[in-house]
Write a protein that binds this ligand. Structure first.
Ligand SMILES: [Cu+2]
Length: 359
């Protein structure tokens, strides 16, 4: 566990001076702003540039804003809970990052020793068909074989209480009727509350997108939205193996990226208890196929983060860390942006790490 202090993208250093200025065009970047203002800005100040304002208003506006300098920022301070697991030749670094805006980012980093096999080849010009290597020649007589990694998370969600529902919010394209509008299409969100487990066996789709909300249907915000958190996928991978392939039967928890099951103490490990002896009879897929009721129940959301890995020479002999993540993000959980009422941090609020006394 540790505290990390970083700056959010464009927010710049602590206590910046934010100047609202006008520029004639996007070509007029800070380097072209008059020297006098450039002096005022100084190297530690951030610029908030608003384009296409008349140049005459520019100095005046800067002066008006000059009487009301905005000097506050809130540095991004996150609590990171880290776990590192050595699994065979690999090291997996799992970070749970808790942000002050309520977002929880779960990040997985892969490192360690690459899985390789021997070969008689010591140069690719000796290989008649490189595809038949099923990997990459990484060094003389060493092939890094193509493989996948899957990390499945058991998320025992409790959104403001134990009884929750899973809602797939599907984004749909609607067409305008002929002559109705110059526009041809627009977007609509269709909410589908999952009644049973099979309603929540989710394969991610880029061109049929959805949000995945876990809500408490009996707790509402001031304006009536059910409180919730959503699962936000990021870069991930799906298994391409045949469903009847023995490794896939054992690893059937990768058949979908999201599953939802009713809480059951005996259903804790997505691959079952005895993975290496398994014929696939005790996995998340077999539990989910019972199709139990999951609406307004104590539910568990399962999310699988995947990586396809075609090794390259930089991965050998020890891999630089490859990372991906997904988020649990508040969705109508707070009445408004929770950051706005937080005090600006000052240096003294933060723990100061000092080196241990020597000797
Ligand atoms: Cu790998």
């Amino acid at each position: 566990m540790g505290l990390k202090r970083t700056w959010r993208g464009s927010e710049g250093p602590r206590d910046p001076l934010l100047l609202r200025v006008g520029v004639k065009s996007l070509k007029a970047l800070p380097s072209q702003i008059p020297e006098t203002l450039g002096d005022t800005i100084g190297k530690y100040y951030s610029l908030q540039i608003q384009k296409a304002e008349p140049w005459q208003q520019f100095i005046q506006k800067a002066r008006i804003w000059g009487d009301r300098w905005i000097r506050e920022v809130r540095p991004k301070v996150t609590l990171v809970v880290r776990m590192a697991a050595s699994v065979a030749n690999y090291d997996y670094i799992v970070d749970w990052e808790f942000q002050t805006d309520g977002l929880i980012r779960i990040k997985v980093g892969l490192s360690g020793i690459l899985m390789v096999k021997g070969t008689a080849y010591d140069n690719i010009n000796q290989i008649p068909n490189q595809e038949n290597l099923y990997g990459t020649l990484l060094s003389e007589n060493v092939i890094g074989v193509i493989h996948d990694h899957y990390v499945t998370f058991h998320l025992d969600m409790e959104i403001d209480g134990s009884d929750n529902s899973f809602v797939q919010v599907n984004i749909k394209k609607e067409q305008t009727s002929a002559g109705e509008s110059p526009r041809k299409s627009y977007l609509k969100a269709v909410r589908n509350v999952a009644k049973t487990e099979k309603d929540a066996q989710i394969k991610l789709k880029l061109y049929d997108p959805s949000e995945f909300h876990v809500i408490n249907p009996s707790k509402k915000t001031r304006v009536g939205n059910p409180v919730g958190y959503k699962v936000v996928p990021s870069g991930t991978a799906a298994s391409l193996l045949d469903l009847e392939d023995p490794p896939q039967k054992r690893g059937a928890f990768t058949n979908n990226q999201i599953w939802v099951t009713p809480y059951n103490r005996s259903e804790q490990w997505a691959g079952g208890l005895f993975v290496y002896q398994s014929q696939g009879e005790d996995t998340l897929a077999t539990w989910s196929d019972r199709d139990r009721s999951i609406e307004n129940k104590d539910i568990v959301v399962w999310y699988t983060l995947g990586f396809h890995h075609i090794p390259c020479q930089e991965d050998f002999p020890i891999m630089p860390t490859v990372s991906s993540s997904f988020d649990l993000k508040p969705v109508n959980f707070f009445e408004s942006n929770p950051i706005l009422r937080t005090r600006p941090n000052v240096d003294n609020d933060l723990p100061v790490c000092k080196p241990a006394a020597s000797g």
